[in-house]
Design a protein around this ligand. Structure first.
Ligand code: 2P0
Length: 327
């Protein structure tokens, strides 16, 4: 194994879960309680460059051009330790990250962030990982990053150990004209991190075992809907699964929520557009922004309705994106 003399740059795209991951059985290894399924997105990504350098006395980490404080860098340094352990190397790294994802606003910046870091750091240190092992490594950074190794529809099989918990592509090349419309109602950092929130739910929500049961069934059903190109069925399952996840936050002790007033407004608008014949479904993650699934022929109508209510700067249209890319 040889450490690269040149910096290695990788790009990873974020993903939105249609069947959510919300809880772990193992905190350190990030083994989830349930399997999940996502769609990788085209317009939200992270570029990360890594160079391991014998001369460094500590890891040096910059994020969007700013050097990170020790506290903010901690999670990244911990991840680099995992990479160093794996490669049996004791060298510090220079890491620079450019994010095209609003951080901590529920658009899974940790998904693209840790997937890009896993890809660039493992290659820079001289590990030549296949995609399965890259997915396992990305999982050590952030659960949702496990899925961002692949493009298109991706399933994260929960497994039961470090060896058995990784993502597999369900449909990498998506030839289905669907869009995801993100409504950015609020870009401020979230109060409750997903790591913390999900564990409170696992430990305290009386509905947690029901969640494990229904999401297993929903995963099976959504895969059939995707294969059959049944947009209505896919959207309905995804919307229901998102609300069932958010019911876990509301039923936790202490209770918490990622909804804010505008999130509810978007959800209500989706319901009313749907009853007026415009087929679209929403999903929401660990932040107030709402993502709407819509078929391409209905996108412009949906966008104009959203823009009337929230303004054009708040509405972003994207679609299926690719897996990890090296530059
Ligand atoms: C998901 N989310 O499946 C779910 C749905 C948010 C809501 O994965 O603790 O940042 O780092 O594994 O991956 C966000 O949680 O949490 C997430 P950790 P992560 O996309």
């Amino acid at each position: 194994m040889t450490i690269s003399k040149n910096k290695v740059t990788a790009r990873a795209y974020t993903n939105i879960a249609l069947i959510k991951y919300w809880g772990k059985v193992d905190q350190k290894l990030k083994i989830p309680t349930t399997s999940s399924l996502s769609l990788t997105l085209k317009d939200f990504y992270t570029d990360t460059s890594v160079l391991f350098n014998e001369k460094l006395l500590e890891d040096k980490i910059t994020f969007n051009g700013q050097q990170l404080s020790e506290k903010k860098a901690e999670r990244i340094v911990n991840f680099l330790d995992v990479v160093r352990d794996l490669a049996q190397q004791n060298v510090y790294a220079e890491v620079s990250t450019i994010n095209k994802v609003p951080t901590s606003a529920g658009l899974a910046s940790s998904a693209s962030g840790f997937a890009a870091l896993a890809a660039s750091a493992s290659k820079a240190i001289g590990l030549n990982l296949n995609k399965k092992d890259l997915s396992r490594l990305a999982r050590r950074g952030s659960g949702s990053a496990t899925r961002s190794i692949y493009g298109g529809f991706v399933e994260w099989e929960k497994g039961f150990s470090d060896e058995t918990s990784y993502a597999v592509p369900f449909e990498e090349e998506v030839d289905w004209p669907i869009n995801v419309v993100a409504v950015m109602v609020n870009q401020s950092e979230k109060q409750m991190s997903s790591s913390k929130g999900m564990q409170i739910s696992v430990n305290t929500s009386p509905y947690y075992s029901a969640w494990e049961k229904v999401s297993k069934k929903a995963l099976k059903e959504i895969k059939v809907a995707i294969k059959n190109r049944d947009f209505d069925r896919m959207g309905k399952i995804a919307e229901e699964n998102a609300m069932q996840m958010h019911a876990l936050t509301l039923s936790s002790s202490p209770d918490y929520t990622y909804f804010d007033a505008d999130s509810l407004k978007v959800m209500n608008l989706v319901h009313s557009l749907r009853s007026s014949g415009l087929t679209c479904y929403f999903t929401m993650d660990a932040g107030p922004n709402v993502k709407i699934l819509v078929e391409k022929q209905n996108t412009s109508k949906l966008v104009s309705e959203l823009e009337k209510e929230f303004g054009s700067d708040k509405v972003i249209v994207t679609s299926a994106g690719p897996g990890i890319e090296y530059q």
